[in-house]
Design a binder for this molecule. Sequence first.
Ligand code: UDP
Ligand code: MN
Length: 381
Amino acid sequence: MAREKNEMTQALLPKEKTSHEEEDPYISCSFRNTVLFAIVMLGGLLYLQAMSTSECSLSISLVAPAFGYESQEVAETPEPEIPEPEEPAQDFCAPKGLVGPLAIDFDMDKLEERFQELSESNKDFFENGEHTPENCQVQKLKNIAIIIPFRDMTKDLFRTKQFLYFLYYMIPILHRQNNHFSVYLVNQVHDDSPFNRAKLLNIGFEIAKKDGFDCFFFHDVDLVPENDQNIYECFDNPRHYSGFIDKFNYNLPYNSIFGGITAYSAEAFDKINGYSNEYWGWGGEDDDLERRTIAGAKYKLLRPEAGKSHYKMIKHGHETSNKPNPNRQKLLKAWNNHAKFDGLNSLNYELIERSNDLFFKNITVDLKYSERIPLEKLLGG
Ligand code: UDP
Ligand code: MN
């Protein structure tokens, strides 16, 4: 880890934009030779003689204005001018102050104090649960909604504590990554229906898309990146982010695993009709999403670079309100039958409450368990 840290810190040194980089002297030379050739063709034999003895050491900034090229000046080989350092171009938002590998722990005794620290140090970067970078242009696929499926019916509020820890680590990371983002906490109302992770994620997508976001992270509450070079952003092809978790010794438990965290552009998520809404209880919905994405829509199975996308998971048991779904295998087998009519195009729910906190947007929904699609129809019987 120590060795890796050095390399990663090095890699973080701010890279100058290409336009600021010193020009290759050979390019300068050949460019200048072209100009010279033109001069020769115009009968400037004298100039040619002068040039052939001078060293080709001018920077492109002196040579480039070819039209104003004064042969006398070249013949005199003036002192190379040191170009004025330009203001860094702010046409797009680049990460600022990334630190590489991070020490993550979930010491619950320190949670309150740490969250207080977070609030003090980061409050000025947020408004209405939204982080907007200053003085730069956010690229389309870096308008990021982080959508968290959530319901805390535990007595000790363990999921809520996980969420606070999630914010404690994620907010500074995403702030350094310097994009426009908002965390959407999508709460399933407290009733006796089974938990439905996928449907909550579809709802978060629909709401955040209407709010103007272009990139969607479907993100479990208990996963925290261990390196801030694990950049949160979308591409045209969706990506599975959480392939390498401490719980599985940072190995893929199986190659097509797609749970935990996935990232989609709006176009890609619309194309696959989102998640299935009909996985009630634990398991299967993530593999179903993988089938829709890879076998169905023919996207590639992509993940960020393994070395930089390690995650730490907060250890937890499974809630009694989130028992393994007994139908999950049947539903998964029939994924291609129900993908067409079960997803974003059949999303029904009631919005119970919506508010903005400092660091996140808080949404509570009723998932209408009694109005679900009958199992026989989903299975194609
Ligand atoms: N979750 C929740 N309340 C629950 C069950 C699950 O908020 O009662 C959310 C939470 O974001 C969690 C995700 O659903 O990270 C996936 O559930 P879980 O962590 O139990 O799944 P596993 O770790 O087995 O993949
Ligand atoms: Mn979990």
